[in-house]
Structures are given as structure tokens and as C-alpha cells.
Design a protein around this ligand. Structure first.
Ligand code: MG
Ligand code: MG
Length: 282
């Protein structure tokens, strides 16, 4: 049977620019709506509106058995939360995962937002720190793509970044990395080979070289690493009830360097602290 290479041609990489930007636009539109009183279904509708307006379609709706445009995971939920009638409250930590398919190519990205709560500054500080650490670990993994020889270097960078945080000053705990859920290749399908582990592995994995496009998506908790799937058969929550955060970008390696497809600046701002400058796909 023919097996598609995990490495894409320059023309294929160019085809992935627009779906990446549409995915970014959908999340940008949702971000300011994340306020107390909004339902997760309303956020989902806004993401879908933007994707359709740009002539794309939701690739989450192409996943068997899933009917929504986003996954929205709140507090102890880490990933795969289903949008619904849940009303967001002040202080909630909310991860929104979204993707668009455009002319047969896919983008996939996730952000975490803490809902403003002036009455509970400690709770907000704790949750914002979790989100910051998770986002930082994602950028560490992306930055590693600029110089990595093999996929295993990415997981080592992500885990290394989280371990370097040590014990949190605000929560007094160390952070956990989900093991059962991982990043992935992306292209004609939202989920393609290879898997991208968010932790060190004995196997170095596939070679990192031009043509590789990956969704880098650490899922981090403010406590334990064990999760379970809720009765809705989708939502993944922490067993110990600790908060979760999820950040994700789709990133291309090409002849001139790396480019974050789901960031309008190609990842320039997020990569700057790591001394990496993204290169546009020519
Ligand atoms: Mg995603
Ligand atoms: Mg993904």
C-alpha cells in the first residue's frame, strides 16, 4: 500500500499557510468573548462563523462522531471538552482548541485564557501561571524544531522547559504533562503521522528536516498526570482535580527555517525569547 511521506513539498507547505491563518483568525475572534456569562456553545458558534466566512470548513466536524468546531475545556478538564450550555464564570481557566480545513489542507491550534476575576487574585495568578508555563513549553518545543535533528529533541525541550519551572511559587506544586495525548503531523488530514511526544522518549523518532509539519501541543496540569474520560466519552479531566491547560500551534520546517502557520507573525514574538527568528515560507 502506498504510504504518504511525512515530508511535504514546498508547494504543499505553501498550501498550508491559509488554513493556518484562518485557524488563527477563528481563535482571535473567540478570545475577547471569553467572559463571565458566555456559554461555551456561543464561543463555538463564533469560531465556526469566522471559519465559514473565510471559505473554509471546520475540520473538527470531520472527526467521526464530533459535531462542533472547537473543543472547550474548563478548569480540571484538559482537552476534548464539548461546547454546550455551560456558562463560564469569573476565574475559570478555559482552553479552546480549533482547526480549519481550506482547499484540502488543515490548521490546528489551541489557546488557554483565564476569565478575569478581581475578587480572587490568588486563583487567577495560579491559573495564569499554569497557562504561561504551558504556552512557554509549547514555544520551547517549536523553537527546538529550528535546530533539532530528530523528533525526540522536541519532547526533551518541552519536558525540560516544564521541569525547569521547578516548584511553583504560587501553587507550591510541580507541573504534570499528559502522557496519553500527544502532538501530531498535520496536512491533508488534521491528524497525521508522526506522533509528537511532549516528554523524553528513548526512541529519537523521525528526522526533523524541511517538509515536516507538526502540531505541537503540550497538555499540562497543575498537579498529577493521570486523567480520565468523562461520561460524555470525549472530555479528558485530571483524576486529582487539578487545573489543566492546553496550547497548540501548527508549525512547518522548510529550507529557510521554521514558520508557525497558525500565528499571523509566524511565531516571531513567541520564539524571540529562544533566540529563534521564523522565516516566511517562500
Ligand atoms: Mg488541536
Ligand atoms: Mg492537534
Amino acid at each position: 500500500m502506498f504510504r504518504r511521506s511525512i515530508y511535504k513539498t514546498p508547494a504543499q507547505l505553501r498550501s498550508m499557510v491559509e488554513p493556518g491563518l484562518i485557524t488563527a483568525a477563528a481563535l482571535d475572534a473567540v478570545r475577547p468573548l471569553i467572559r463571565p456569562g458566555v456559554t461555551t456553545l456561543e464561543l463555538d458558534a463564533e469560531a465556526n462563523r469566522v471559519i465559514l466566512e473565510r471559505g473554509a470548513e471546520s475540520n473538527f466536524q470531520l472527526v467521526r462522531g464530533y459535531r462542533h468546531t472547537t473543543c472547550i475545556s474548563v478548569n480540571e478538564e484538559v482537552v476534548h471538552g464539548i461546547p454546550g450550555e455551560r456558562v463560564l464564570e469569573a476565574g475559570d481557566i478555559v482552553s479552546i482548541d480549533c482547526g480549519a480545513q481550506y482547499q484540502g489542507w488543515n490548521g490546528d491550534s489551541a489557546i488557554t485564557v483565564v476569565v478575569r476575576d478581581d475578587t480572587r487574585p490568588e486563583l487567577v495568578a495560579r491559573r495564569e501561571e499554569l497557562s504561561r508555563v504551558t504556552e512557554g513549553s509549547m514555544w520551547a518545543g517549536i523553537a527546538a524544531m529550528a535546530s533539532a535533528s530528530h523528533l525526540g529533541d522536541l519532547g526533551a525541550a518541552i519536558q525540560g522547559y516544564i521541569e525547569a519551572q521547578g516548584v511553583s511559587e504560587v501553587s507550591g506544586r510541580t507541573y504534570g504533562i499528559l502522557r496519553e495525548y500527544v502532538g501530531h503531523g498535520i496536512g491533508r488530514k488534521m491528524h497525521e503521522a508522526p506522533s509528537v511526544f511532549n516528554y523524553r522518549t528513548p526512541d529519537p523518532g523521525a528526522e526533523v528536516k524541511p517538509g515536516l509539519v507538526l502540531a505541537i501541543e503540550p497538555m499540562v496540569t497543575a498537579g498529577g498526570e493521570e486523567t480520565f474520560v468523562e461520561e460524555d466519552d470525549w472530555t479528558v479531566s485530571t483524576t486529582d482535580g487539578s487545573d489543566g491547560s492546553h496550547w497548540e500551534h501548527s508549525v512547518a520546517v522548510h529550507a529557510q527555517g521554521i514558520w508557525v502557520l497558525t500565528a499571523p507573525d509566524g511565531g516571531a514574538a513567541g520564539l524571540a525569547p529562544f533566540g529563534v527568528t521564523p522565516a516566511p515560507i517562500a
